[in-house]
Design a protein around this ligand. Sequence first.
Ligand code: NAD
Ligand code: USQ
Length: 385
Amino acid sequence: MNVLVLGGDGFCGWPTALHLSAGGHDVTIVDNFARRSADVELGAESLTPIRPLEERLDAWTALGGRAIGFRRIDVAKAYEALEAALRELAPDAIVHFAEQRAAPYSMKSPRHKRYTVDNNINATNNLLCAMVEAAPDAHLVHLGTMGVYGYGKAKGLRIPEGYVDATLRADGREASVEIVYPPDPGSIYHMTKTQDALLFAFYAKNDGLRITDLHQGVVWGTLTPETVADERLINRFDYDGDYGTVLNRFLMQAAIGHPLTIHGTGGQTRAFIHIRDTVRCIELAALSGPARGKRVRILNQMTETHRVRDLARMVSDMTGVPVRTMENPRKEAAENDLQVANDGLVRLGLKPTRLSEGLMGEVIDVARRYANRCDTAKVVATSRW
Ligand code: NAD
Ligand code: USQ
């Protein structure tokens, strides 16, 4: 495949670009370094010393990898450049990671809310619009989120892959229909993903675009077989209160002896996936798109669910670092259950990596190695809503 990876300098995008390249695909990364700019804005760098993208790419080719191309394009703003790149590169598949992805960041202030909406929705609409003009047969693989489903409505049901049977009742009549699972976002960030979904449905119906939306759970881990080949290929490790995600934060906190920061009762149950499985899922999805004219294919990209306090307890038992419950900075259900169908990716060949002490220990080792880069003032989450 000839693949474009939008957002290929980020936490999921970089190891995905390497994995696809190692798998024999031709890869071009598109990025505007918005995430590196957010590091500067927040004064909180990746725990791991990520190298400039050019150095990463040179290191990959020096180690014998297939050359990976790069275009610096703001997908949300530079429409003409994006359309020209699609025309010139004629991708078979486009993987779209290029959005602002942190819920706490999206809720920090009016500026952050507006930026997240402008960036994410315009990026997706620009891409779809450019595909109609310049790459109508390409397969779009978008990284969405499990958070679009919300955490309150399932009432014991397994959350299906995007669509659900429903009965419409009006004027004393009933009609059976299949609808998109009712969206219920918990932050401005998650809300942008529910808006993306409407754009996808429209462009698939109106223009016959081939689209897969992957509803991914919280990603944990940091290493993949490709990123460990050389320190210059190292992946991001976000630990701060805005961008760090829960399990990696607990593992990093354990590494530096900081009490594990449970929000509220820790009764929130979430879906999880290891970064190694993320990159495999993207390849499996990209190789198997829907035909033109078909509805958007939605797959739940997760391997297991866990309650936050159980994860904290597991990490605490492994390391002896205590847990600390704190007032929840977020507006979210204090307790929820969560069961999720992930049959689609398993059918395509995903062999789920389960949470294991070995893999958690690997993350702790990475965090210990770079602990001197940690700014402990950035550990506790400060964005409240
Ligand atoms: P990230 O912030 O590390 O990477 C996103 C990349 O996109 C960055 O390199 C950034 O510079 C780039 N980008 C953002 N806006 C852009 C624009 N307008 N033009 C060009 N490039 C732009 O995030 P990530 O953790 O790699 O997440 C990638 C995608 O996966 C996101 O869309 C996110 O919603 C989704 N996702 C992530 C997780 C997770 O736990 N990390 C879980 C579920 C879904
Ligand atoms: N939490 C804690 N302590 C912490 C950090 C988080 O208890 O120190 C709790 C949060 O309150 C929340 C849960 O852990 O209940 C998950 O928080 P998170 O920051 O790990 O995940 P979230 O904000 O949902 O966002 C992350 C990614 C996002 C992705 C989403 C997948 O940043 O890009 O879309 O996970 S999902 O959660 O399945 O929607």
